[in-house]
Ligand binder design. Structure first.
Ligand code: ATP
Length: 619
């Protein structure tokens, strides 16, 4: 027990240590003597954030002040090279019998055998006004009144102990603390998960983790029962990093953050693996902790390593898998990975026991935007103004709101404007108003989806909408929102129906204007791209093509590669798309009057309920 040896040198008293000895004494005094007069052995749980070394000194001071038969052995756990706690020596000493006190940090979890061996766990309360009175009297010969001691007790302890020097009066101490506090950077209160909005399933997972960690701390469940791994994916700025740090605060876990891309930048395999191990070691040393691994996809997916560096890359993936699996390290370590590109993550990372859960965070919806606006503007903005700003900010991310909040606050400060919806909306990036012919095309396009999806029974249409202003970078003009039953397995017709519905907007434009716009193509999430990917999966992955074959494809880019490289795949995909486009056109031709009415209503009102669409089709 290295530390015990170190403390055998003469102990120096300090005011801080005297105050801590008083606090420890008060904690021990709460315990009744054991009925059989056996010398007791206790674990002393220190207050949150306590300076463990100083409390150890204090416990020694206290022990030395007692007569030999009552003098307890003062113990603390050992830490190994990785910082993992080891209670073997402490357990052995307690096993020898005799009075003992074992000091543990606030969130230390004791091994069950040790819990069985000791007579109890006692919480040491933070230093009280009485403790300060005793310490001031003993160490500075300063008599503090109850009121003065209370006032000092409310000050930050580190500054207070530094300021309580012999010869200083109460007033001088207070002045010293006040002036040094002014020099401190005022830290912004950091949010906890419960203070944030917009995280959907991730918020539920986080709340469950808070409960699990609490149960684990109380010894009610082993760490193995804590669901301690998550992969968060979502577009940039949707708050993945913020989520992880807020979750750590809610669970009271030490937050360790690392970037997989940064490890990769070390280049040399040995350095990279070394940096990776260092991070995991830190998480284990500071456990219970939350290890946040940003840019998780940078580590790569072994099934895609076909290049000259395949061996190197495979070793990196294996190294990370090993680090995540290391059972010692996982004790008390929650791992949250984050990525903008989940398709590029090796599926081995997503197995239970590793990052067992994958949750996608999308762009915040209306309710989520209201919560995010509250986070950034607090109570400085009225409920009605929050509603108005949320309605005007479709497509914006949490990071966009953070930027806007900074601009708004500057404007409010400099130009002395009120903090209301008008001021906030004036600070939004310029919106593109969807009017005239462009609006008309968007209405026909969305009505096409609504009609075809309803006629073929793709799902239950909730509503179809067309926006007034396009603000987001994605530039979505509207959408037909269907509730679709979850399928365990899907047949060929189910895929064809989805493709038909996806192509219906394009079909409607083609029929109404004898021309098409770029609205259905372009980005990866556009109708044509989704339809082509669905058809490629049918042919290449689900055995629904001309030949029976299977290719692994994890992303839209993989599917596209198959179309580009295999001409017969490209041909079969085109045949499916043309067939379904034809089907969509004939459904629209049979329901043209309904389509025109829906498009007209959309133009006027911006939204049509599913029920109304069904009645127009039926009439
Ligand atoms: P990237 O993928 O680019 O790393 P990210 O998803 O990790 O981005 P963050 O860095 O967590 O995003 O978010 C950036 C900032 O946006 C946060 O510091 C915060 O100010 C704001 N923000 C994001 N999401 C939210 C939210 N749900 N509530 C409040 N603020 C948010």
């Amino acid at each position: 027990m290295d530390r015990l040896k170190r403390y055998r040198r003469p102990l120096e008293e300090s005011l801080e240590r005297v105050a801590y000895s008083c606090a420890i004494h008060a904690a021990l005094a709460k315990f009744e003597p054991l009925p059989d007069q056996r010398p007791p052995a206790f674990a002393l749980r220190l207050p949150k954030g306590a300076r463990e070394e100083e409390y150890l000194y204090a416990a020694y001071l206290l022990a030395l002040g007692l007569e030999e038969p009552q003098r307890p052995k003062v113990l603390s756990p050992d830490r190994d090279r990785k910082g993992v706690l080891n209670f073997d020596n402490a357990s052995a000493t307690i096993g020898e019998g005799g009075s003992a006190i074992l000091l543990i940090e606030h969130d230390t979890v004791l091994p069950p055998t040790l819990v069985a061996a000791i007579d109890g766990i006692v919480d040491v309360l933070p230093v009280s006004a009485e403790d300060l009175q005793v310490a001031a009297r003993d160490f500075m010969s300063l008599e503090l009144t109850d009121e003065e001691a209370e006032q000092l007790g409310a000050l930050p302890l580190d500054l207070l102990f530094a300021a309580m020097r012999p010869g200083r009066s109460f007033v001088e101490i207070v002045q010293r603390v006040a002036s040094s506090q002014r020099l401190r950077v005022v830290a912004q209160p950091q949010p906890r998960l419960e203070d944030l909005g917009g995280y959907g399933d991730a918020a539920i997972w986080g709340r469950e983790l808070v409960e699990d960690v609490r149960s684990w701390r109380e010894g009610a469940i082993p760490w193995g029962d804590v669901d301690a791994g998550l992969l968060l994916s979502g577009p940039p700025g949707t708050g993945k990093t913020l989520y992880a740090s807020a979750l750590a605060r809610s669970c009271d876990l030490h937050f360790v953050s690392a970037s997989v891309a940064k490890w990769q930048s070390y280049g040399h395999l040995g350095d990279l693996l070394g940096a990776m191990r260092e991070t995991f070691k830190e998480a284990a040393t500071r456990s219970p902790s939350l290890l946040f691994l940003d840019e998780f996809d940078s580590v790569g997916d072994r099934s895609r390593f076909s290049h000259a560096n395949a061996n190197y890359s495979t070793q990196v993936v294996n190294g990370l898998l090993e680090a995540i699996d290391g059972s010692d390290r996982r004790q008390g370590v929650v791992i949250v990975g984050a990525t903008n590109n989940p398709e590029a993550v090796d599926p081995a990372f997503l197995r239970p026991g590793r990052l067992g859960r994958h949750i996608r965070i999308g762009l915040p919806d209306y309710q989520a935007r209201k919560a995010i606006i509250r986070t950034h503007f607090g109570d400085d903005i009225s409920d009605e103004d929050v509603d108005r700003v949320a309605a005007a900010t479709d497509g914006m991310t949490g990071a966009d709101f953070a930027g806007i909040a900074r601009t708004v606050r500057r404007k409010v400060r400099v130009k002395k404007l009120p903090l209301d919806a008008r001021t906030v909306i004036a600070c939004l990036p310029p919106a593109y108003r969807l009017v005239g012919q462009e609006r008309h095309i968007a209405c026909v396009h969305e009505a096409g989806h609504a009609v075809v999806g309803t006629v073929i029974g793709y799902g239950t249409l909730e509503a179809v909408v067309v926006v007034n202003e396009i603000r987001s970078a994605v530039g979505i003009a509207g959408g037909a929102m269907f509730t679709v039953r979850n399928h365990i397995v899907r047949g060929r017709q189910s895929f064809l129906d989805e493709i038909c519905m996806k192509l219906a907007g394009y079909a409607a434009e083609k029929m109404a204007f004898r021309a098409t716009t770029s609205g259905a193509g372009g980005s990866e999430v556009a109708d044509l791209a989704v339809a082509a990917d669905l058809a490629t999966s049918m042919i290449c992955q689900f055995g629904m093509g001309e030949q029976l074959r299977h290719f692994k494809a994890w992303s839209s880019a993989d599917l596209e590669r198959l179309r580009r490289n295999l001409p017969d795949v490209d041909r079969q995909v085109s045949r499916i798309l043309e067939g379904e486009l034809g089907r969509a056109c004939s459904i629209l031709a049979n329901n043209w009057r309904a389509l025109e009415q829906i498009a007209e209503l959309l133009d006027k009102e911006g939204a049509v309920e599913g029920e109304k669409v069904r009645s127009l089709i039926a009439s």
